[in-house]
Design a protein around this ligand. Sequence first.
Ligand SMILES: [Zn+2]
Length: 277
Amino acid sequence: MGDILMYMDILIFVFIFLLGTIIGSFLNVVIFRFNTGKKITSGRSICMTCSRTLRWYELIPVLSYVLQLGKCRRCSERISHQYPLVELVTGAVFVLIAYHFLPALFFVPITFLFLVVFYVFLFSILIVISVYDIRHKVIPDKLVYTFTFFAFLSLFVNHFGVGQLFILPSLSFILAGPVLALPFALLWILSKGKWMGLGDAKLMLGLGWMLGISVGLAGVILAFWIGAVVSLAVLFFTKKMINMKTEIPFAPFLILGAFIAFLFSLDIFALARIFQF
Ligand SMILES: [Zn+2]
């Protein structure tokens, strides 16, 4: 009996992963078509080089890319790594979020379902923002405001999964957004937009509302650490000089830090204990 339950669990997570890769494939479409004037919801996918309409078997997340060895079947032009990467990352994010809320499944399954769908939606927007920022070094207002709006709504969701699902937020949670966004807004003003874009401050407003002040702060610290390590690695491997003029998109780091803090419910005190600062 225990074995059957375990296999069921594994099957459920495989299903969630596959669902994630399919949504990831849709996120790729959003990322490539956003601000290009092309409609996101209409029109078949085509090869970016030879414009051939892709058949269904060329659109299977990750698998098509692997089977076609990363090339278009007609023109042999290389397909962007972004496709399988975003699909895999989205699949992994879906699984990790479901795993995070697993305890809620044992109390009220419908609560579990709601929490997973809601947070998967929030982090899907964040994946689009991350990749868009990496590609274009800018966070589009439309995307960040959409995220901020739903992050504000998350204030009214009891994300512990025990007790009632909808709650009135405490003052500290309401203030978490503006408090965490303020330093980024100040950096933007002081540097006249050179060190930090205003988009990062708008993003922090939403991340603060989503995580609260303590977990949000842990996320910011993680973001700076990961950002420093990655910048050093880029410096080492490309031997390119990074200076103040080098534009490093910071949103992906803020989002990664927030995601790690969210997954492990890592607040600033836990982080200080682990790393002893
Ligand atoms: Zn082609």
